[in-house]
Write a protein that binds this ligand. Structure first.
Ligand SMILES: Cc1ncc(COP(=O)(O)O)c(C=O)c1O
Length: 368
């Protein structure tokens, strides 16, 4: 028996009829751009995240990009963020002509270390961009305090963390904006690309909506340069259907995580993920640390266990950021994480015997 790292066909097997019906509804209406499904999804998710406004956009990356655009962050500005995440937030900052400024991560949670923020602030700093990595919230209490004291915007990258909570409050409701991704592997995944921006400020939301329509207001009168950043109706219809199951799926992910936590507690050489006491994670990933990670991964692969590396290389050493003059050694905790992390199967439909096998093989491989 091999264990897949991730398998969406099981989800489609379970709820495919409902998904097909939702898609057929859009096809019958032939209303592909905007329309009731998009408006409905925005309303439902705004309420869920606890924000007044939600704007459906074309991807999680574009959610970040339009947030930066609507906050007028551009050349000469600095945005403080983490060196240990997907490239998307950094690429978005760079596409605005702004400069990413990194602070190292917290060893235990993989999230940016809020204790290092104050030191990184200069007169050019405009925003903090925390990423709720693997489904676990950043320390939004501390980040909020630093942002308020320094008059900075906060752009929450909640691509991996819809429904996660910090101090009893959903992520996405803390920042100036919250940016989620509906990439198919996310906890709420579309049938393609999609994303959403959450915010409480009506004027900011209106600006984001305008930016998503080439800066036009009214139509064909272009007040500023925007882009085509809209969420498709067909994706909204699929997402609305899946939204009914999100709680159940997140519970299943948490169940797998608790199972692994307990099973790995006795296995020397495996460090399990630490969830902060104020946090409720949605475990988009269950990521352990092991030494000799590449060899462990190779042997697990030979045993039929699917794993993945999020992320094998930090951002501050990427060739695309060469001009920043950051180098290996600058953010040692992030760099160590890149060498040690190994993400295990944690998708909701993972079977009992499969997670059991994952534990058994990790035990054999790491213990040997
Ligand atoms: C942390 C993080 N930020 C941003 C993104 C970008 O989202 P998208 O792929 O929808 O553009 C992703 C996922 O892909 C992500 O994991």
């Amino acid at each position: 028996m091999s264990v897949p790292f991730f398998d969406l066909t099981r989800q489609y097997e379970a709820i495919g009829d409902e998904i097909d019906e939702a898609m057929a509804d859009v096809m019958a209406s032939q209303w592909f751009i905007g329309g009731p499904h998009v408006a409905d999804l925005e309303k439902q998710l705004a309420a869920r995240v606890g924000c007044a406004e939600a704007i459906g956009v074309s991807s999680g990356t574009d959610a970040l990009l339009v947030s930066l655009m609507a906050l007028d962050i551009g050349p000469g500005d600095e945005v403080i963020t983490t060196p240990f995440t997907f490239f998307s937030p950094i690429g978005s900052i760079l596409r605005r002509g702004a400069r990413p400024v990194f602070v190292d991560i917290d060893e235990a949670t993989f999230n940016l270390d809020a204790g290092q923020l104050q030191e990184a602030i200069t007169e050019r700093t405009r925003a903090i961009l925390p990423v709720h990595l693997f489904g676990q919230p950043c320390d939004m209490t501390a980040i909020g305090e630093v942002a308020a004291a320094n008059d900075l915007a906060v752009i929450e990258d909640m691509a991996q963390a819809l429904d996660a909570e910090h101090d009893g409050r959903p992520v996405g409701s803390f920042g100036t904006t919250g940016c989620v991704s509906f990439f198919p592997t996310k906890n709420l995944g579309a049938g393609g690309d999609g994303g959403m921006v959450f915010c409480d400020d009506e004027a900011l939301a209106a600006r984001i909506r305008r930016i998503c329509r080439h800066g036009a207001e009214p139509k064909y009168h272009h007040v500023e340069v925007g882009g085509n950043f809209r969420l498709d109706a067909i994706q909204a219809a699929i997402l609305k259907t899946k939204l009914h199951y999100l709680q159940q799926w997140n519970d299943a992910r948490r169940g797998h995580a608790a199972f692994y936590d307990e099973a790995f507690a006795d296995i020397e050489g495996v460090t399990t993920p630490m969830i902060g006491p104020k946090n409720r994670s949605v475990f988009n990933q269950y990521t352990i640390r092991v030494d000799d990670r590449d060899a462990v991964r190779q042997r697990l692969s030979e045993e039929g266990i699917g794993t993945n590396l999020y992320y094998p290389e930090p951002l501050h050493t990427q060739p695309a950021l060469g001009f920043l003059d950051t180098q290996m050694g600058d953010f040692p905790i992030a760099e160590r994480a890149c060498r040690q992390v190994l993400s295990l199967p944690v998708f909701p439909e993972l079977r009992d015997e499969e997670r059991q096998k994952v534990v058994q093989k990790v035990d054999e491989v790491v213990g040997s």
